[in-house]
Design a protein around this ligand. Structure first.
Ligand SMILES: *Cc1c(COP(=O)(O)O)cnc(C)c1O
Length: 376
């Protein structure tokens, strides 16, 4: 059995080495390192894959979120609602732009933002909602879209962890994550489901006017060379990353299938355990692409399990150990802890097991036996 990795990018690379090496060599010999033709090709391929009108590449997933908020022309003091249980990038950019982050609690089983909590948090100052498709599971888009429409709010999907997931509406219509709201954002950080070999990100929208605005914002606010109409940023996806991503996009569905198989196997081997809650998955099997495979450990022994697994050379992680409302940078003294009952519990219970497209059956069996052994 090969050593177990949290994410096995080396093994994944060896499978596609020839294609990737050729694609990179093409960029080297063209020396079109910035805005080369491959950036456009990848953009077009991603538009087709997502079935969205506009993909705007940028430098990383955090920039993508910031650029989305800048493109929507939000003003200091405007309130933006997002989840208390997510990676900090989401709330960071809200605060950076002097908007007011409003953090709400999540669902204890899907870990995703709760529409009822969102509705309770809406005030006359609320301008936008940012759901995160956390761990690769689609957030409850239909109720969220209804709320956004009813209260005239922008909906920004943080799809950094959900690339390739599909949401099914109650009328049977289906849509890829990142394409349902006003604008969607993603990250191509190497360990994400669609990962580059460095940093990268993108925005998605079906709104022509917004797409035009965003293309200016990513490029110093320029719509005509050296005419700066708005304050922008410099945020580009470079050609080398686009070349890698263009190859890997072809395999994204395959990678996600492999992740789902691994998740199913984990859940079978750990099912009905008194101390473990395996990830909830809706009957629609496309709604979760398992960026992480995250258990809840219900007997208070999560940290002991973590050290036990590490001793056995099984890497695992705690995403995330501190609720955002308790982080020093975002601490809100007016918040009451009862508002965040679920997140406060999850940070002590969650543990993510190794999850990637190269996990073998043997490795999964070794990991689950170790987990079960620990509780004996
Ligand atoms: C990874 C991630 C980001 C940030 O992406 P970077 O490319 O690292 O800037 C934002 N939001 C979520 C939910 C993420 O998982």
């Amino acid at each position: 059995m090969d050593p177990i990795q949290m994410v096995d990018l080396k093994k994944q690379y060896l499978f596609i080495k020839k294609e990737v090496d050729n694609a990179l060599e093409e960029v080297f010999s063209s020396s079109a390192f910035i805005n080369g033709p491959v950036v456009h090709e990848f953009q077009n391929n991603l538009e087709a894959y997502l079935n969205v009108k506009h993909v705007i590449p940028c430098a990383n997933g955090t920039d993508a979120l910031q650029i989305a908020l800048m493109g929507l022309d939000l003003k200091p003091g405007d309130e933006v609602i997002t989840a208390d249980f997510t990676f900090a990038a989401t709330v960071e950019v809200i605060a950076l732009l002097k908007l007011t982050p409003v953090l709400v609690d999540v669902d204890p089983h899907t870990f995703n933002i709760c529409p009822d909590e969102v509705e309770r948090a809406i005030t006359p100052k609320t301008k936008a909602i940012i759901p995160v498709h956390l761990f690769g599971q689609v957030a409850p888009m239909e109720p969220l879209l209804k709320l956004a429409e009813k209260h005239n709010l922008f909906l920004i999907e943080d799809n950094a962890q959900g690339m390739g997931a599909v949401y099914t509406f109650s009328d049977g219509t289906r849509a890829k994550t990142g394409t349902m709201g006003t604008v969607g954002t993603t990250s191509f950080f190497p360990s994400k489901n669609l990962g580059a070999y460095g940093d990268g990100g993108a925005l998605f929208t079906n709104d022509d006017q917004l797409a035009h605005t965003l293309r200016g914002v990513v490029n110093h606010g320029m719509y005509k060379r050296y005419y700066h109409d708005v304050v922008g940023v410099n945020s580009r996806l470079d050609s080398l990353q686009a070349a890698v991503l263009k190859v890997k996009l072809k395999y994204l569905d395959f990678y996600n299938e492999r992740r789902k198989e691994a998740a199913l196997r984990y859940s079978q081997l750990l099912k009905d355990h008194p101390h473990i809650e395996t990830p909830k998955r809706s009957s629609d099997c496309d709604s979760h692409v398992y960026h992480q495979y995250t258990l809840r450990i219900k007997n208070g022994k999560r940290d002991d399990l973590l050290s036990y697994l590490n001793q056995k050379n099984i890497p695992c992680g705690v995403y995330y150990p501190v609720p955002l409302h308790l982080q020093k940078a975002y601490f809100n003294e007016t918040a009451s802890e009862s508002q965040y009952a679920v997140t406060n519990r999850l940070v002590d219970e969650v543990i993510s097991l190794p999850m990637h497209s190269e996990l073998s059956k043997d490795q999964i069996e070794y990991i689950t036996s170790a987990v079960i052994e620990f509780f004996r």
